[in-house]
Ligand binder design. Sequence first.
Ligand code: FAS
Ligand code: PHB
Length: 393
Amino acid sequence: MKTSKTKVVIVGGGPAGLMLSHILGRYGIDNAVVERHSMEHVASRIRAGVLEYGTAQLLKEHGLAERMLRDGKAKNGALIVWENRPDFFIDLKKWTGKQMWAWGQTYIQEDLHAALTASGAQMIHEAADVALHDITDDPSVTYVKDGVRHQLKCDFICGCDGFHGPSRQAIPLDVRREYERVYPFAWLGIMVERPPLENFTYAYHSDGMAMAAQRNPMLSRYYVQTPLSDRIEDWPDDRFWATLLRRLPENLASQVQTGPSIEKSMAPLRSFVSEPLRWGKLFLAGDAGHIVPPTGAKGLNLAFSDVFYLSRALRSHYLEGSDHYLETYSEMALRRIWASENISWRLTKLLHVFPDEVPFDQKIRESDYDLLLGSEPAQQALAHEYLGLPFEE
Ligand code: FAS
Ligand code: PHB
């Protein structure tokens, strides 16, 4: 076995892992990313499209915003439309003075990979049999690459390996507290090379939720709520478009430019949090520690939120000799995680038809929407939550 040493081993080369590596590298903190797939495979995954203000600021601060500022779009908010009721605009600009950004996770992944390649960062792709060892004392990560077994000894391991990775599992079951809600429906998403609607739009309809998103002036993303039992094969393009147009109000449906899908994927919805996010020398960040339903556009943004806190903690340890932020990482990150879980759950309840609900539930849903339509304090609160709460000092 080939043994080497670095300060921080990052398991997982998605947005959380690469962003953490990029920030640590900028501060001269040696690290290595161990990713099981190829970079092409990771970059090919169609995921998020909305960046909170804080995420966009983090990209700007770390030299990763050039393409976003050139090709992305700053947005003043997002639209909610409702069957037979007035529209509601989540007006971020009015209530927070800030904007969110329409910029795809794929583009961020590409820019991160380019920046890390240019800086000579240690990224090990197509690493097999990745395993974490001795995480409470003398941590190391082993993996197999091109048939050769390697051991990376380190001071800390950052588990950025998503919901199905090994890092969370490395925390003993009697230490972990897991909180979960699995939803009785999924989102079917398509990508189409057509101009998008002006706004990110969430549509409530008694037939099911629909959503309009965007990636660039000639690339749109749309979603419809589907039963959990459905498969992609049950949804040819014609059925998708007919369902989407039925669930949108006429004034918007008439603006949708349909066309052949160039990507189609189905994602079941889940809310999940695993506490604590630290165990010994292991720290979890991103989907490794939590999952949100895409309704609140929080998944990618929470990954960057964790990376903000964890990179600050590691910088403070190595550059200032202080462990305050390492000691408080889990509780501090979890406060923002639970706030995002909260708004994602509330928007999911507001906008989706639940198969097992009773008429009382629908009346409460309509009352929740009426409150948004009529109450400025409610509008202001939602704007602050959707924009993303500020990072704690
Ligand atoms: P990721 O899952 O992105 O990355 C984890 C990495 O770890 C992967 O590259 C994986 O290959 C690697 N890994 C796993 N096991 C490993 C092992 N054993 N060894 C080494 N590496 C390993 N969020 C939004 O905000 N908006 C959206 O619209 C949205 N849509 C989504 C649609 C889908 C289908 C999915 C699955 C998620 C979506 N998300 C969305 C959430 C998504 O963007 C995540 O929050 C984001 O990718 C989290 O980034 P990471 O924490 O880096 O995890
Ligand atoms: C997307 O751009 O794909 C997107 C945006 C907002 C959401 C979910 C998905 O809430």
